[in-house]
Design a binder for this molecule. Structure first.
Ligand code: SF4
Length: 347
C-alpha cells in the first residue's frame, strides 16, 4: 500500500526524526552485549566494514567523508586485525551477541569484492539470523575467482538479497573519470553480473551520486534509469552528496568536492512530484538521513540525503541509544563509523 506524502518531511528532512513517532521501528530493544545491557534501535543495521582498501578514489567517497567530518583522516583511524582466526572469532561473537536483534547485515568497505576474506565473511554472516543481507561494492571484483568460484557466486550462495553497485554515470568513461577508477566492469560485464544475481534471487541496486555537471537534473536521472533498465536492474538510488559537520570538519579533497559539486536533491524532488511519470511510494525519516521512494516504469527509484552534523545532534539528543552497529577492520564492534568512538566489544 502506498503511504501518504507528508510535505513537511521533505523540507525538514532528518531534523523531523522522532524515534517513537516516525522511525521505521518506532522503538529500541534492550540487548545484553557481553554482560552490558544496551539499548539498540530495533531496526539497527550491522555493517561489516571490509578491511580491503578501495581500488577507486571517488572524490565524493563517503568512507573518507565520515572521519573527515569528525576532524580525522581515514588513514589515522585505520587499523586491521591481520589474524584471520581472531578476526572471525570476533565477528561470530558480535553476531551471536546480536542474535535477539536479528539485524540487517550490510557488507561494505573499502572494497569488499576485492577482499580475500569475503567468501568467509559471507559464510559466517549466513549462519546468523538477519532481516536482510546486503553488500555494497564498486563491482570491480565480482567476476574474480576466489575459493573455487566467482565472487558473485559466493554473494548469491551467501544469501545476499541486495547487491548495491556504485556507479556514478551510465557512460563507462565518465564513470571511470568520476570514480578515478581503472578496474570498473564494462557495461557487458555489469549486465552479466545482474543476470547471475537475478537468477539467484539477489536484487541489484545501482547507486548514483548527484553531482553538478554529471547526473544533476531530472533529464539525467531519466537517462540513468533507462541505462538501469537496459541492464535488467529494477532498483536505483540517487544520493545527494552528504553534508558534513562544519563545527568539527577537517578539510580534505572529498569535503571540498562535496561542497563544490553537490547537486541539490530537494528541487529535483519537487520536479518529480510534478511529473506524471513518477508514482510516490513512501518516505523514510532516519536519524541523519531522509529518503523518498518513487516508482518509474517498473523501477523502484530511491532518493536519499544525509547530514553528518544531524547525526551528531540526534545522538546527543538520545544518549545511550545505539543507532547502528559497525564491525570494524580491527575486529571491534562499535556504535559509530569511527573505531575510536562507541566501542561495544567483544571483550
Ligand atoms: S567506490 Fe566507494 S569506497 Fe571506493 S572510493 Fe568510491 S565511494 Fe569510496
Amino acid at each position: 500500500m502506498t503511504a501518504s506524502f507528508d510535505p513537511s518531511w521533505r523540507r525538514q528532512k532528518s531534523a523531523a526524526f522522532d524515534l517513537s513517532a516516525n522511525s521505521t521501528a518506532r522503538g529500541t530493544m534492550r540487548v545484553n552485549l557481553w554482560g552490558q545491557p544496551t539499548q539498540i534501535y530495533a531496526n539497527a543495521n550491522f555493517s561489516i566494514y571490509s578491511a580491503q582498501t578501495c581500488n577507486a578514489r571517488c572524490r565524493f567517497c563517503v568512507e573518507e567523508l565520515r572521519p573527515a567530518s569528525r576532524g580525522r583522516a581515514l588513514e589515522q583511524q585505520r587499523s586491521v586485525e591481520a589474524d584471520d582466526e581472531r578476526y572471525f572469532a570476533a565477528l561470530d561473537a558480535s553476531l551471536a551477541a546480536l542474535r535477539p536483534l536479528a539485524p540487517t547485515i550490510s557488507i561494505t568497505g573499502g572494497e569488499p569484492s576485492k577482499d580475500p576474506r569475503l567468501p568467509r565473511i559471507l559464510e559466517h554472516a549466513a549462519r546468523f539470523p538477519s532481516k536482510r543481507r546486503s553488500l555494497t561494492t564498486n563491482a570491480s571484483g565480482l567476476l574474480d575467482h576466489r575459493a573455487g568460484a566467482r565472487i558473485i557466486d559466493h554473494v548469491v550462495a551467501g544469501g545476499v538479497e541486495h547487491l548495491n553497485i556504485s556507479r556514478a554515470h551510465p557512460s563507462h568513461e565518465r564513470n571511470a573519470s568520476l570514480m578515478v577508477f581503472r578496474d570498473g566492469l564494462s557495461v557487458a560485464q555489469l549486465r552479466e553480473v545482474v543476470t547471475i544475481a537475478r537468477a539467484g534471487d539477489c536484487r541489484v541496486r545501482l547507486s548514483c551520486v548527484l553531482i553538478e555537471g554529471a547526473v544533476d537534473s531530472l533529464a539525467k536521472i531519466v537517462e540513468y534509469l533507462d541505462f538501469a533498465a537496459s541492464l535488467g536492474v529494477d532498483n536505483v538510488i540517487f544520493r545527494q552528496l552528504m553534508h558534513i559537520d562544519r563545527d568539527t570538519v577537517a578539510d580534505n579533497f572529498v569535503v571540498r568536492f562535496s561542497e563544490r559539486k553537490r547537486a541539490q536533491l530537494e528541487p529535483l524532488l519537487d520536479q518529480i512530484s510534478e511529473s506524471p511519470e513518477f508514482a510516490f511510494q513512501r518516505q523514510i525519516v532516519g536519524y541523519y538521513y531522509y529518503v523518498e521512494v518513487w516508482r518509474w516504469q517498473g523501477i523502484d527509484v530511491v532518493f536519499e540525503e544525509a547530514d553528518l552534523a544531524q547525526l551528531e545532534r540526534s545522538k546527543a539528543s538520545m544518549p545511550g541509544v545505539v543507532h547502528e552497529l559497525i564491525f570494524h577492520p580491527n575486529a571491534r564492534l562499535a556504535a559509530t563509523w569511527q573505531p575510536w568512538d562507541g566501542e561495544l566489544g567483544p571483550p
